[in-house]
Design a binder for this molecule. Structure first.
Ligand code: FAQ
Length: 312
């Protein structure tokens, strides 16, 4: 019996085969990857904004250096990921336009405001902590350029998570009562948005079944969310903070912490563009694109000129 190209492809990825840019792939596989990778790239770029807010108000030179390094890393991650999308035939300019027009998504978590310095530590601990749990699995994703980019990104992301944990740990241990309550307030605000980062519950995750079949996704949204809660519940005791969930409790039978689901209606509002900071975030990205248009123009003209010299 003659197998279709799709069947051969499906069998190849089902057996752990790596797909490279030059390989044939089904259109839907390419489209799914461009959606996920570009959403991921946009998240890294928009994700710089909440913390960048605190660059000029960092409480010491050491904290400022760490934060600058971290925010720069996020920019680098965005660039690797846009390059991955380009290997699939997408154009960076189109992807940015789709972000600014609201046609493309980016992680819901970056539509919440960073109100205090403690938020910088909490973003590192919870948001980078959630990001890395997901991203470690993506080092095994079936598309080669994406998997290889994730290896480097994960190394940097793990430093981000540790700096967040260390900042909170030290401020909690050595700080004043006012600083401790600032940390707790920050965790109260970022806990639910961090749980939402893993995406909707598996029952509402439209893409999961096919993405898992193709090896684009390795673990489901709910599996990763549970791993996150288990890890953070333990680490919260080391710092001394409370997870804002009265139902959080260890279940020896399942070997997991039982926890309360975040408000999924709020999640859909935020990814629908109606979160607290959506407009402000996109306005920032639009301004950056427009203010820097002259650089792109100059680069394009220079490239064309070089081409003319080469041709003649
Ligand atoms: N926010 O069917 P699923 C970071 C959308 S990086 C917004 O479950 P999927 C670094 C989804 O696109 C954080 N939209 O989707 C950093 C889909 O849209 P559609 C980003 C979301 O793709 C740290 C619909 O909902 N990481 O933080 C969200 O199978 C600190 C249905 O959902 C990545 O992007 C959400 N939270 O699974 C930077 C990792 N969740 O098809 C700065 C790569 C879902 O209706 C500071 N991505 N949607 O248009 C993934 O692993 C997956 O795309 C998931 C979602 C797991 C995010």
């Amino acid at each position: 019996q003659i197998q279709s190209k799709e069947d051969v492809f499906d069998a190849y990825v089902a057996h752990g085969g790596r797909v490279e840019a030059s390989h044939w792939m089904p259109d839907a596989y390419r489209k799914t990857l461009i959606r996920q990778v570009s959403q991921h790239a946009h998240s890294e770029i928009v994700g710089m904004l909440p913390e960048a807010n605190w660059l000029i108000s960092a409480p010491s030179l050491e904290r400022k250096q760490i934060l600058i390094a971290k925010v720069q890393d996020e920019a680098g991650h965005g660039l690797y990921l846009y390059s991955v999308a380009e290997t699939l035939g997408a154009k960076r300019k189109d992807l940015t336009d789709a972000l600014i027009d609201g046609r493309a998504k980016y992680s819901s978590v970056f539509n919440y405001p960073s109100l205090t310095w403690a938020d910088v530590g909490t973003i590192g601990w919870l948001v980078d902590g959630a990001a890395i749990l997901n991203q470690v699995t993506l080092c095994e994703t079936s598309y080669g350029p994406y998997a290889r980019a994730m290896i480097r990104i994960c190394r940097e992301e793990s430093f981000h998570q540790r700096q967040g944990f260390e900042a909170l740990y030290r401020m909690f241990a050595e700080g004043t009562d006012a600083q401790r309550s600032m940390i707790q307030d920050s965790i109260n605000r970022w806990w639910a948005p961090s749980l939402m980062m893993f995406g909707p519950p598996d029952t509402d995750s439209n893409n999961s079944a096919q993405s898992m079949k193709w090896g684009i996704k390795i673990k489901t949204n709910d599996t990763l969310r549970q791993e996150f809660v288990n890890t953070i519940a333990k680490q919260s005791r080391i710092i001394g903070v409370t997870i804002p969930d009265p139902s959080l409790k260890w279940c020896p039978v399942s070997g997991n912490y039982v926890f309360t689901q975040p408000d999924w209606e709020e999640f859909y509002e935020v990814i629908g563009g109606r979160g607290m900071c959506n407009q402000d975030r996109l306005e920032n990205i639009r301004r950056a694109r427009d203010d820097n248009e002259w650089v792109m123009d100059a680069a394009e003209k220079y490239e064309a000129q070089q081409g003319n010299y080469a041709a003649g």
